[in-house]
Every structure is written in structure tokens, then in C-alpha cells.
Design a protein around this ligand. Structure first.
Ligand SMILES: Cc1ncc(COP(=O)(O)O)c(C=O)c1O
Length: 418
């Protein structure tokens, strides 16, 4: 089980919209949203109807089907201009690994540059690009994978301050390529907003700078939009915030509204090149199976019909304003940030040192939130808030009110309210 699920002690009985009910009848506002998976809310009626209908028709197999063809067409319509060829998979890591093969296939290069704080899955081909200590004792990693500091301005890895820094961390990528690599970079992989690291929003211009550096080295810009894609950040794609069109994108999570589906999205030129484009060369057992396709199609139709991208932007803005107000009240809040419904809160012992709050305190905060009817990723000093994209403003604010109350109680308990 995921850590938050295990330590919650919750066994889910049913869930609807933005509310989860456990087997004991307790109800919780869901501000985790399956860590970015839950785009539609729980058991969206149009989604369950589409899945029921598909279950009656065809459930297994790698043949093409109407939902598969429609899904590929509909994703292509909302994809960035020219980056509209879609290959389906069943998990994020699987899609990311295939995208690396695609990049190598096109460039003839073998190396990849990623970022500190980055997360792209837990399979062997991506572990080396995990930018955290999670990968300790899991090595050795694939050769040719290199990491460079991300634009985490709250805790700048280069100890500089934005905007005076001139986004020096982007420049630093050039040095990493010059001094650490064989100079054969197939792709630079980047999350437009880093999810696992704490919903960290880089400053404007960062992604554009990375795109230029990729070009300078005949490498591809690979945006991993697993969390940021399909509207979560208030625009359809996270890279749009910086006006960037990547060469390759990987998507998943919210794409399936809960069903495991992921995809590589790229250009005609890249995806038609052999051997990646050969039959069976980049397929998988479950990629694009009828149920997954029906789920992806229903999810995208609902996202568009209910304009959930705008809802994410609007409710996200209200939530961010509320978090800013909470920062005024609780000195343990060092920073709040986010775009759309991808929000982050840094809990610190001291605003000057920015030392993270002890895990003991945040674990207590998590339990206090649960007792009061809120599930959010408050067990870590980098709180991540990723509600379903359908969440209403009143529900979102009710969830934050619980967080506010729980913070008041727990910070007082640990003498951190003064
Ligand atoms: C940005 C990003 N890429 C890839 C993945 C891996 O996805 P999966 O868990 O479906 O393999 C994740 C998962 O959290 C992610 O956040």
C-alpha cells in the first residue's frame, strides 16, 4: 500500500464526487485525489455509465476498437500543435521508458538528463532519474542518466534568489552536459511542475530555457505531464504555462479517471521512425485495451464537457488565496504555491532557516485531519494538495478549513504556534 493509505487506517466502502466514506461510515473530503489520478471525482455518473456499456461489449484484447480509435483522435485534438501522435500504455513508468526508447530511436543518442526532485516511476529504466534519496540502495542504475538541479526557488539548490539569479539553474544544465556526460543527449526529461517533490512550480522562463538547451544539444525536450496533464494545473498541459511545446510528452494518471492508462504523445516524424514504429515494437499487452480506452475516452469527454480545466483554474485560485491567508496565521507555514489544483504548502520549524517540520509533527497533523474528516497529504512537511478536478469551491474551502483547524491544534500541542 502507499504510505498515506496504510497510515490512514482507512478501508474504503464507497466514494462519490470529492467525498470518501470508509467502512465505519466516516466521511472525508478528498484533497489527495489519488495523487493526481482522480480527475473526475469518485464514481462520476457519465464515467460509470461508459464503463458499464463497454463491459457489456468487449473487455479484452489488443485489437483496435471504436473507443481506442476515438480516444486517440480526441487526445490528438487537445494535444499541443504538431505533437499529436498517441501510443497507449497501462502505467506511467511504462510510458516514460517507451518515450526514452523513442528519443534514442530518433536522435541516435543514449543519454538522458533529468532533475533533482524529479519522479518518473519506479521501474529499472527510470530509477536512475529519480531525483531523491528514494533510490538509495536500489542501484546500480542505467548508465547515461544524469541529474541537474531543478528550479526549486524556495530552497534554491544553488543558494541563489530569483529573479536576481537569472534562472542560473537552467544555465547549470549546460555545465552538467559539458562536464558530466558523453555529449550524446537523447532527451532532457522534466516535469513542468514537480509533483512528487512537493508540487514545486518553477519560475516563468525556466522551461523555455530548458527547451533551448535541449535544442543546442540536438536533444529532445521531454515533458513528463503524468500529473500536470489533462487540466490539473488550470491549463490542459503544464508546459503551456511557459509557452513551451515539447517534442515528447508522457501522460497518465488523470487521463483514465481511475483506470490504469498512460500514453506517449509525440510528433509524426518521431513516431513514424523505425524500429520504434514497427508493429509490436512499442506496444504492450494492455496498452489501449477496450476498457482502458473507454475509460480514457469518457474521462476526456467529461473533462471537456464540464470544462474541468477552467474549474481547476478557478477553484485552485480560490484555494491558493485561502492558503496565503493561512500562511499569515500560522508561522509554521513557510511557503504556499501552486497552479490550478496542484498546490503545495511547506511546513517549517523556522521561516529563516526553512528547516522542515519534524515528521512526528506532520504525522500528528495527518491523523488530526483524518479525525476531522479530511484526507490530504499532510503527513509530510511538503504538503501536496491535489483534489479531484470536479471539486466545488465550497467543498475545497471546507477541506482547507479542516486543515486550518488541525494545524492550530497540532502546532499548539508541539509549542509551534508562538
Ligand atoms: C511525473 C510522474 N511520472 C511518472 C510517474 C509514474 O507513474 P506510474 O506510477 O503510473 O508508473 C509518476 C507517478 O507518480 C509521476 O508523478
Amino acid at each position: 500500500m502507499q504510505g498515506f493509505a496504510l497510515s490512514s487506517g482507512i478501508a474504503v466502502e464507497r466514494a462519490q464526487g470529492s467525498v470518501i466514506e470508509d467502512v465505519d461510515g466516516n466521511r472525508y473530503v478528498d484533497l489527495i485525489g489519488g495523487i493526481g489520478v482522480n480527475s473526475l471525482g469518485h464514481c462520476h455518473p457519465a464515467y460509470t455509465k461508459a464503463m458499464h456499456e463497454q463491459l457489456e461489449k468487449a473487455t479484452v484484447g489488443s485489437f483496435t476498437s471504436a473507443p481506442r480509435a476515438e480516444l486517440i483522435n480526441e487526445v490528438a485534438k487537445v494535444a499541443p500543435k504538431g505533437v499529436d501522435k498517441v501510443q497507449l500504455y497501462s502505467s506511467g513508468a511504462e510510458a516514460v521508458e517507451s518515450a526514452f526508447r523513442l528519443a534514442m530511436n530518433h536522435t541516435g543518442h543514449q543519454e538522458v538528463v533529468g532533475f533533482w526532485g524529479g519522479f518518473h516511476g519506479k521501474t529499472g529504466g527510470v530509477l536512475g532519474l529519480l531525483g531523491s534519496d528514494f533510490k538509495h540502495h536500489l542501484g546500480p542504475f542505467l548508465p547515461g542518466q544524469h541529474l541537474t538541479p531543478f528550479a526549486d526557488c524556495y530552497r534554491c539548490p544553488l543558494r541563489l534568489t530569483y529573479p536576481d539569479c537569472g534562472i542560473a539553474c537552467a544555465d547549470y544544465v549546460r555545465d552538467v552536459i559539458r562536464y558530466q556526460t558523453a555529449g550524446e543527449i537523447a532527451a532532457i526529461i522534466v516535469e513542468p511542475i514537480q509533483g512528487t517533490a512537493g508540487n514545486i512550480v518553477p519560475p516563468a522562463g525556466f522551461l523555455r530555457a530548458i527547451a533551448s538547451i535541449a535544442k543546442e544539444h540536438d536533444a529532445l525536450l521531454f515533458c513528463d505531464e503524468m500529473i500536470t496533464g489533462f487540466g490539473r494545473t488550470g491549463l490542459m498541459w503544464g508546459a503551456e504555462h511557459d509557452g513551451v511545446i515539447p517534442d515528447i510528452m508522457t501522460v497518465g494518471k488523470g487521463m483514465g479517471g481511475g483506470f490504469p492508462i498512460a500514453a506517449v504523445i509525440s510528433t509524426e516524424t518521431l513516431t513514424q521512425k523505425k524500429p520504434w514504429s514497427n508493429p509490436s515494437a512499442s506496444s504492450s499487452s494492455y496498452g489501449g485495451n477496450p476498457l482502458a480506452s473507454a475509460a480514457g475516452l469518457a474521462a476526456l469527454e467529461i473533462i471537456l464537457k464540464e470544462d474541468l480545466v477552467t474549474n481547476a483554474e478557478r477553484v485552485g485560485r480560490v484555494m491558493l488565496a485561502q492558503l496565503v491567508a493561512m500562511k499569515e496565521k500560522h508561522r509554521a507555514i513557510g511557503e504556499v504555491r501552486g497552479k490550478g489544483l496542484l498546490l503545495g504548502v511547506e511546513l517549517v520549524k523556522d521561516r529563516m532557516s526553512k528547516e522542515p517540520l519534524d515528521k512526528e509533527v506532520t504525522r500528528a497533523l495527518y491523523q488530526e485531519c483524518l479525525r476531522r474528516g479530511l484526507i490530504a497529504m499532510t503527513y509530510s512537511p511538503s504538503i501536496r494538495i491535489n483534489p479531484p478536478l470536479i471539486i466545488r469551491e465550497d467543498q475545497a474551502l471546507a477541506g482547507l478549513a479542516i486543515l486550518d483547524e488541525a494545524l492550530t491544534v497540532v502546532l499548539r500541542q508541539y509549542g509551534l504556534d508562538r
